[in-house]
Each structure stands twice: as structure tokens, then as C-alpha cells.
Design a protein around this ligand. Sequence first.
Ligand SMILES: Cc1cc2nc3c(=O)[nH]c(=O)nc-3n(C[C@H](O)[C@H](O)[C@H](O)COP(=O)(O)O)c2cc1C
Length: 182
Amino acid sequence: MDPRKFRNALGRFPTGVVVVTARTQAGDLVGMTMSSFNSVSLDPPLVLFSIHRKAQSFAAWQSITRYAVNVLNEEQEQVSNQFARPSGNKWEGLTILTGRNGAPMLPNAGVVFECESYARYDGGDHEILVGRIEAIARACLHLPAPTRILRRPISPTSECGERPHPATGSRASARLVRISVL
Ligand SMILES: Cc1cc2nc3c(=O)[nH]c(=O)nc-3n(C[C@H](O)[C@H](O)[C@H](O)COP(=O)(O)O)c2cc1C
């Protein structure tokens, strides 16, 4: 099969975009833009994505056991582009939030699934990673007013961290709010 035709045909299936983020055992940050994200199971709560075996961080992902799946919102095209570059400093200019499971998370993602590695499967030139969701978070920086995120009833809600804003260094306005925990 002509790979280009196959790819073009797949392009007819619209997907969202996520950035999967983690720290290696050495503490280095890794992150990749992914459109292969999908839900798998409700019980247990499982999601999947597939990593190209030729990705520079592929070897690092072999020993990563905890990671975050950051679902990007419509205004984060630049973040998507930044994490689609091979290597380089993908994290430049971004405030790094840390999730409950220790994985680095992106500010202002639509929602973040904090996962532990559940299974891996051969997927041809990709490897399919299945993650078990440990927590669901919404990371927000610079909340103009708490009511903005609390517009609808959310329970349990707990603030779990403060990070400095990249531009101002202000800690007061940089807040990580967790909207629900599984
Ligand atoms: C919209 C979009 C979706 C992508 N989806 C995937 C994907 O599902 N799996 C994958 O391995 N690479 C995907 N990529 C490419 C990776 O983001 C890119 O190769 C990766 O960031 C390189 O990482 P590296 O530094 O480990 O080589 C996608 C890129 C874009 C722009």
C-alpha cells in the first residue's frame, strides 16, 4: 500500500491532539505531540497512544512508568508544534506543573490524564502504550478569578500546587486546580 495514500486517507478521520509528558529515570523531561490518543476502557480506566519506534525519546519511554496525557485546547497550536519537534528544548518558555503521580504537566491544558503504565503492545513501526488513569486534573495558570473554573459544581476540588508564572514569577496567580480524582 502506498504510505502517502494511506496517511491521506487516515487524515480524513479527525482527531484531537494531546501532548504526552514524563520524566525519565534520570529526571530529564520528555514530551511528544500525539494524535493517536484514544480511550480504551472505563473499568479499569484505560487510554492508549502509539509512539513511533524512530522517535528519539522512544528508548526513554521504555522505562517510563508514570506520565501525563495533556489534552490540548484550541488555543494551544503553538504548544502542539513545540512538542512535535524532534528533541530540542520542547519545554522552553513553559511553566512545568507536577501532577500527583510526579509526572510533569502542561499549564492550561483542557484536561490532563495522569497515568501509570498498564500495558505495551507491538504496533508495527509504532508501540502502543496503554495507561491506567490514576487521576484527572485540570491545570490552570493565571486564573483571573476562581469562579471561572468553579462555574459548575466540582467535587472533590483541591488545590495541589503553586508554580511561578513564567513572565512575572508571581506565585500568587499561578494555581493548579484538580477537578476530579479517580
Ligand atoms: C498533530 C501531530 C500528531 C502526531 N501524532 C503522533 C503520534 O501519534 N505518534 C508519534 O509517535 N508521533 C506523533 N507525532 C510526531 C511526534 O510529535 C514527533 O515525532 C515527536 O515529538 C518527536 O519526538 P522525539 O524528540 O522523541 O523524536 C505527531 C505530530 C503532530 C504534529
